[in-house]
Design a protein around this ligand. Structure first.
Ligand SMILES: Cc1cc2nc3c(=O)[nH]c(=O)nc-3n(C[C@H](O)[C@H](O)[C@H](O)COP(=O)(O)OP(=O)(O)OC[C@H]3O[C@@H](n4cnc5c(N)ncnc54)[C@H](O)[C@@H]3O)c2cc1C
Length: 525
């Protein structure tokens, strides 16, 4: 597959993508830089401009039909005068057109891009998702699920399309040792508390629990238990999904079951999942091992990743007094009172300069980011731009890449945030479309930046993201696609490498009109 034939027959629901630039928009909240994408000139514009969206706000409840010829929503009177008008399907939930709802659909945690949808659906049922997708498919309108919108660069947005806000799909249907059946909009914090009440726990969790089940399963989901169990998305027993034609599928095996987890909402929207569960421990013993030498840190990380001695394994760059970074290997063991871990055996053969060991309740450890969130909210940096970088590095070049990176990266580039760096075994992962380097160990390298919201600073950090990605990709690395990185189709072809052809072929099969999840820009929309 050459770059000259990137679409391999997949139509673009939105036409060509506009050239974008980060612009401080006058009047934008707190003067943040917003990237505004105008409607696609050659694609489905739906006749929606900011002005008629606001008009729509005034008449929010009066929208009853859709004019496929002019690609616009119609009120009662206009619908009567339009012979081709198609009535909006009856819904159990609400389809909203008011400015406040469209603002919700146009924002995410990154606060870097803003693409307004034409409508926001708060589904009242799974059938509503089917109705919306069927409608969108018939009329060539793009549609995106929005979980908690904690991705950073418009991934859950749909310019002039329909955004489905999954927060109303929030039921936990059952929990037992065979798994937990949950709606896509349930947050991992809610699910984990509910499973712990039954003495059970999800096997792999993200560091931050206020993310949606559907969102995490769609991007992959990384966390400290994946060295043993793979991505969060590798730990589902069954899925209910809606494909691009609006059909509902219950999956326990087969091609779609193996393709959807981690495939960025490109083939189907997840409406329910049965999440794998294990017996829950009550306590976590956390080991913080500090290193001043990168080589030793990497060597010890490799040792403990390879022999899988810990239940949980992560690592960080930590600012030191000389303006650079030291390194933290952070590991944990789960246990119950009376069966404490053997510290000497766990720390044998490792050479940190300092070690701290602490015990805490299991859920407190899982929920550790909550305190950081509280602090960041208190200093006003939670709702500001977040130019995060998330990469998977090839183990064979991780040390040279990190030395190159440390020459360019300073603690100031993180603001009040942090940098993660830790390995996991590639063979523990199964999600076929979460692209990772083909080394035996893969390193997650994440810059979770909370910088001062100055447009020039933000632009410089976005530029740095690109530079870090380019060098990582040159060495076989991949992007974890929740980050703030402007990715075009050539980048996606490089990202998927030999799997691009099968990815595009499944797109044609499961979403032939290319209506699902345009915000990832995989298929040019
Ligand atoms: C503080 C913080 C900590 C984080 N920690 C981690 C971490 O430890 N590990 C990690 O992996 N990530 C982490 N993330 C990154 C990331 O934002 C989430 O993994 C991701 O966004 C999923 O959660 P969400 O509900 O916010 O999804 P969204 O951002 O809403 O959606 C992500 C993508 O999936 C699509 N999507 C959403 N729901 C569905 C669905 N039901 N069906 C199909 N497609 C869907 C969206 O359209 C979008 O393209 C963190 C983010 C923040 C802000």
């Amino acid at each position: 597959m050459g770059a000259s034939d990137p679409l391999v027959g997949v139509p673009s629901s939105g036409g060509g993508r506009e050239e974008k630039s980060v612009l401080p928009v006058k009047g934008s909240p707190k003067g943040h830089p917003f990237m505004i994408e105008p409607p696609h000139p050659g694609g489905v514009s739906m006749g929606v401009s900011r002005r008629n969206l606001l008009t729509g706000a005034a008449a929010a409840t009066a929208v009853v039909a859709f004019d496929p010829t002019r690609q616009s929503w119609l009120g009662h009177a206009a619908a009567q005068g339009c012979p081709g008008a198609i009535r909006i399907p009856r819904l159990d939930g609400e389809l909203l057109f008011d400015a406040a709802s469209l603002d919700v659909g146009a924002t995410d945690f990154g606060h870097l891009v803003e693409r307004r949808p034409a409508a926001l659906l708060k589904p009242g049922s799974v059938r509503d998702v089917q109705r919306a997708v069927r409608f969108a498919n018939r009329h060539g309108i793009s549609v995106a699920m929005r979980g908690q919108a904690h991705s950073c660069f418009g991934q859950a947005q749909a310019l002039c399309g329909i955004v489905i806000d999954t927060r109303t799909l929030d039921a936990i249907h059952s929990i037992d040792a065979s798994g937990a059946w949950v709606d896509a909009g349930v947050k991992w914090s809610t699910l984990t508390l509910a499973t712990l009440a039954e003495g059970l726990t999800p096997r792999v969790l993200t560091d931050y629990l206020e993310l949606s089940v559907g969102g995490v399963l769609s991007v992959g989901g990384i966390g400290g238990a994946m060295n043993r169990y793979g991505f969060v998305a590798d730990n589902v027993e069954a899925l209910e999904v809606v494909t691009g034609d609006g059909c509902l599928h219950t999956l326990r095996h087969g091609d779609l079951f193996r393709s959807v987890p981690g495939s960025l909402g490109q083939f189907a929207l997840i409406v329910r999942a049965k999440v794998s569960l294990d017996p829950a421990p009550t306590q976590a013993r956390v080991y913080d091992l500090v290193y001043t030498d990168l080589s030793q840190f990497i060597a010890d990380q490799r040792t403990v990743a390879n022999d899988e001695r810990f239940d949980f394994l992560e690592g960080q760059l930590i600012a030191n007094d000389s303006g650079g970074f030291d390194f933290l290997l952070q590991a944990a063991m789960w246990f119950d009172a009376g069966s404490e871990p053997d510290d000497a055996a766990l720390l044998a053969g490792l050479s940190p300069v300092a070690t701290t060991t602490t015990d805490q309740p299991y859920f407190d450890w899982l929920n550790r980011v909550a305190a950081a969130e509280g602090f960041l909210r208190s200093i006003g940096l939670w709702e500001t731009p977040h130019p995060w970088s998330d990469l998977f590095l090839d183990d064979r070049s991780v040390e040279s890449y990190m030395r190159w990176t440390l020459d360019r990266l300073s603690p100031a580039d993180l603001g009040f945030g942090l940098a993660l760096l830790y390995p996991f075994k590639r063979r523990a992962t199964r999600a076929r479309y979460v692209a990772t380097p083909n080394s035996r160990l893969v390193w997650a390298f994440d810059l979770l930046r909370f910088p001062f919201p100055d447009p020039a600073v933000i632009q410089a950090l976005l530029d740095q993201n690109r530079e870090l990605y380019e060098e990582a990709a040159r060495l076989g690395g991949k992007r974890y696609p929740v980050s703030a990185l402007d990715f075009d189709q050539a980048d996606w072809i490089e990202q998927y490498g030999p799997r691009w052809r099968s990815f595009a072929s499944r797109k044609r099969r499961y979403d032939p009109r290319n209506v699902l999840t345009p915000g990832q820009h995989v298929f040019g929309s």
